[in-house]
Design a protein around this ligand. Structure first.
Ligand code: SAJ
Length: 401
């Protein structure tokens, strides 16, 4: 079986690599020639534990070859980004152009899979696009929507072991796509229709966003009520049917902070709670930046000088180097804009350098600063000893005090 993966990013490349490692002849396609070059030399152009080794193996044994153009195959898997345009409206033009590039190669009996996060109805639209260009293929190809659900940082394990939802435009398509994934997925494969599978992906991330918003709202209430939110949540979670997530400095990353908009832009009247959760999680980052600025002002009034402020963490979640849609990065920029004179020590142990921010070692920053704001709960920070001679703003539960 020959499979052509369009898009060699955070999800496309790991999936292509795992498929190739399970005996599928894989063609990897990316419009970026640098990515193609790097993959062909067995390298992964982003950090994902364990992926490098398998990538090296499948490129050396010839099971994975990368190109800038598709090649005739039996299966086409589309794993390209779906960014926003305008006011948080999903832009499916990359998916559309990926479908267009495989069109010349599509023949009767082929399977086409979309993995990219998409608004409801996209797969049906892509079917129409294919049939309008190649009417002879109507009901002669298989088309399915099969979203990924891996956690960045644990991709290799989760790609193989997580259950998957397989949504065909008809039963034959679901069956065929399930057959394809069964070559490398050990989790269960649940078959449904394309619209449900599209909505399922959006629902999973919107559900997490709503739950985190609940925790973030609690943290703001508790601040005013002089209650330790960490203790509160731990106690509430002793109830057998309560499971509150953890508050933080906001919600970031490329998925949870993004996907709910795919629902709210299409169903603005109906998605009140989902929309409000997005607002709350965005507001939490703003609230943190305001809190840092007001703490600095108080310090100045009290001590008669500008404080040294340590801003701990830039990534969108703990223990990764990924800064995409990061609330911590937003807070750092916001605080610096709001206070030009102060001495800020910016810390991110997972990256060496940053083109905008000058980075300081975490222990040194903690030692030197008057005010320490924890924006990400990195494991290094958790090793620090709590010091009551400093003002500590623990937005993400490093000390939970
Ligand atoms: N966060 C909190 N409190 C929590 C948990 C997370 O504030 O209790 C924050 C994190 O700090 C981060 C954001 O939420 O800023 C998102 O982090 P995450 O670890 O929850 O998720 P992602 O974005 O790394 O990956 C998610 C996952 N989706 C779900 O857990 C429902 C993953 O399984 C998906 O594959 C991925 O989105 C995706 O690609 O859609």
């Amino acid at each position: 079986m020959k499979a052509c993966f369009i898009g060699l990013g955070y999800i496309g490349l790991p999936t292509a690599v795992i498929a190739a490692d399970n005996g599928i002849e894989v063609i990897g396609v990316d419009i970026n020639p640098e990515v193609v070059k790097s993959v062909n030399s067995g390298k992964v152009h982003f950090s994902e534990p364990g992926l490098d080794k398998i990538c090296k193996k499948v490129t050396s044994n010839g099971n994975l070859k990368a190109y800038t153009e598709p090649q005739a195959s039996d299966v086409y898997v589309i794993v390209v980004p779906t960014p926003f345009k305008g006011n948080h409206e999903p832009d499916v033009s990359y998916v559309e152009s990926a479908v267009t590039t495989v069109l010349p190669y599509l023949k009767e009996g082929d399977l086409c899979i979309i993995e990219s996060t998409c608004p409801v109805g996209t797969t049906e639209k892509m079917a129409e696009l294919i049939y309008s260009e190649k009417p002879a293929l109507k009901d002669k190809i298989y088309l399915s929507y099969c979203p990924e659900r891996v956690l960045p940082g644990n991709t290799v394990y989760e790609l193989i072991h997580n259950d998957r939802v397989i949504g065909g435009i008809d039963e034959g398509s679901s069956e065929k796509a399930a057959g394809f994934y069964s070559h490398f997925v050990k989790g269960s494969l649940y078959k449904t229709n394309a619209r449900t599978a599209e909505m399922c992906k959006l629902t999973e991330n919107a559900s997490r966003d709503v739950q985190i918003a609940f925790a973030n709202e609690l943290s703001i209430i508790c601040e005013k009520a002089h209650i330790n939110v960490w203790e509160l949540i731990e106690l509430a979670n002793k109830h057998p049917r309560v499971n509150i997530l953890q508050p933080g400095s906001g919600v970031g990353g490329h998925c949870i902070a993004v996907d709910p908009y795919f629902i709210t832009s299409e169903f603005p009247i109906e998605s009140q709670l989902i929309g409000k959760a997005r607002e709350i999680n965005n507001y939490k980052a703003f609230w943190c930046s305001e809190k840092i600025l007001s703490t600095m002002k108080d310090f100045n009034l009290r001590e008669g000088r500008e404080p040294v402020v340590a801003l701990m963490g830039l990534s969108f979640k703990p223990n990764i180097e990924d800064l995409r849609e990061s609330p911590a990065k937003y807070i750092v920029s916001k605080v610096m804009q709001g206070h030009n004179n102060a001495d800020f020590l910016i810390v991110e142990p997972n990256i060496e350098t940053h083109k905008v921010f000058k980075l300081t070692d975490y222990a040194e920053a903690y030692d030197t600063a008057d005010i320490v704001a924890f924006l990400v709960a990195h494991k290094e920070f958790k090793k620090l000893i709590f010091r009551d001679d400093k003002v500590i703003l623990d937005f993400c539960g490093v000390f939970k005090k």
